[in-house]
Design a protein around this ligand. Structure first.
Ligand SMILES: [Zn+2]
Length: 476
């Protein structure tokens, strides 16, 4: 009953918000280059904790994402998109601002500064109606992520299973469309079912495997919590059984299937109402998920590719062809790209770079040779979990760990990610010059981020938020 009441209350809030706060053009863009009126609608869907390699479109051998097949058939798929940080709050702050995590300074203790001009703020200023639906407390009013949204629905309870299913999110979006008052809008959605505990309604649990996922893994049980505990991890891992790992992977994959099926249904709805073709649609993720490839699970603990490599599909308005882009892009690039495509300017110095030119066939031909976009620095700053930086310059990836939950300190890892995509063989000892060269790149980039100025804002975590974050495993 409580849950039903929660959903109804949530629906009423959304209904009450329909038509609320239609943005007006503020004049900030009066000097902008020829702006298109009205800007194309923008739909940004960030599937929390979705790894690229678990999607059929990215080569996974299970049929986890037929719901995205249609989108993939007329969008550009990026085979090398990476998140700048391996957990929600800094990753989403980067996606929303185009700032590197070192610059926006959003960590466990801080929220997003009001001084950062977000994607939603920019689009609102351009006259768009901005709507966000978040099921993750890390993307909330408390963390400053609602900046620029005329309507921002945050729906999360205080218990582990309290996040709404993506189906409810889809219904909320549909209700918003029914009352929609402007042609030009930005819709952001953050579904959570691929995030632990990988909730899938009972009736959908057999869809992927033809049977329910194997039992054994439990996100909430002490055995799994201990794997993530600083100082306890190595010993706790020895007690995790292959059956538990299989169970975890099957539950994760089933959640991917459920979520992408729901998105497929949502896209069908948009088509039936005539909202689909004209929209710029972007589907991506904030980070991946460790499923014991390197001994641990969840996210925020490492900079391996199971956490950094995320899917990215971009459908331009009226796009009819499928494209695949091999160039490396990062979440920080999405904001400037959207602005570029709408012929708007980012009103602030940011770190991401537009990849709009990669979305056009002719430009892509010219850029098929390696470009200067090959290098990106990734970072995580979570004492007790992981403090580290990494750089990818294909085929090489360097990870420098200052400290982590496994007790590692000042360790360096070098991988050839083309020949060893699982990042299993540390080649740092074999190639000292390469380590030196890539370490310098990290140092140089970090110095440049710091030199450009950082943003900071304190966050006071109240007891309610503490419970919500605890329920999701963000704090112990
Ligand atoms: Zn997340």
């Amino acid at each position: 009953m409580r849950r039903k009441g929660f959903i109804i209350a949530a629906l009423l809030v959304v209904l009450g918000g329909i038509g609320f706060g239609v943005a007006s053009f503020s004049g900030l863009f009066s000097d902008a280059k020829k702006m298109l009126f009205p800007p194309s609608p923008v739909i940004l869907i960030v599937i929390d904790a979705l790894r690229a390699d678990r999607l059929g479109q990215y080569g996974y051998d299970l049929d986890t994402s037929p719901g995205l097949n249609d989108l993939a058939s007329h969008s550009t798929m990026f085979s090398h998109c990476y998140t700048n940080a391996p957990w929600t709050r800094p990753a989403m702050a980067t996606l929303f601002t185009g700032l590197h995590p070192i610059r926006h300074s959003v960590t466990r203790q801080t929220s997003l500064s009001d001084n950062a001009v977000t994607l939603a703020e920019s689009l609102k200023l351009a006259g768009m109606n901005t709507v966000g639906i978040s099921l993750n407390p890390n993307v909330s009013k408390r963390t400053g992520m609602n900046q620029g949204f005329d309507l921002f629905e945050e729906m999360f309870g205080s218990s582990m299973a309290a996040y709404l299913n993506v189906k409810e999110m889809r219904r909320l979006a549909r209700m918003w469309y029914r009352g929609k008052s402007k042609d030009s809008y930005f819709l952001f959605m953050l579904p959570m079912n691929v995030h632990g505990p990988y909730k899938v309604p009972r009736s959908k649990r057999e869809v992927l495997l033809g049977r329910k996922p194997t039992r054994g893994f439990s996100y909430r049980k002490t055995a799994m919590k201990n794997v993530m505990l600083s100082g306890n991890a190595a010993e706790a891992r020895t007690r995790v059984t292959p059956k538990q790992i299989r169970s975890l992977q099957e539950k994760y994959d089933t959640a991917v299937r459920y979520t992408t099926d729901q998105l497929g249904t949502f896209f069908e709805y948009l088509k039936s109402k005539g909202y689909y073709k004209e929209a710029l649609i972007i589907v991506t993720s904030d980070h991946g998920e460790e499923l014991f490839e390197h001994g641990g699970f969840s996210h925020g603990f490492t900079l391996y590719n199971e956490l950094l490599h995320v899917p990215l599909f971009v459908k331009l308005p009226f796009q009819t062809q499928a494209n695949v882009v091999d160039e490396q892009v990062v979440l920080a690039d999405i904001y400037p790209t959207i602005m570029d495509l709408l012929d708007l300017e980012v009103p602030q110095a940011i770190d991401g770079e537009s990849f709009a030119h990669l979305l056009e066939d002719e430009a892509r031909e010219e850029l098929s040779s390696p470009s200067n976009r090959g290098t990106e620095v990734f970072s995580v700053a979570w004492p007790g979990r992981c403090v580290a930086q990494a750089v990818i310059e294909r085929p090489w990836k360097l990870i420098k760990i200052s400290s982590n939950y496994e007790g590692l300190e000042n360790e360096t890892f070098l991988f050839n990610v083309e020949t060893d995509p699982g990042e299993t063989e540390n080649l740092a000892g074999q190639y000292p010059d390469l380590v030196k060269y890539l370490s310098k790149k990290i140092e140089k980039d970090v110095a440049s981020f710091v030199g450009r100025g950082t943003y900071a804002k304190n966050l006071v975590i109240d007891s309610e938020m503490k419970e919500q974050l605890k329920a999701l495993g963000y704090i112990q």
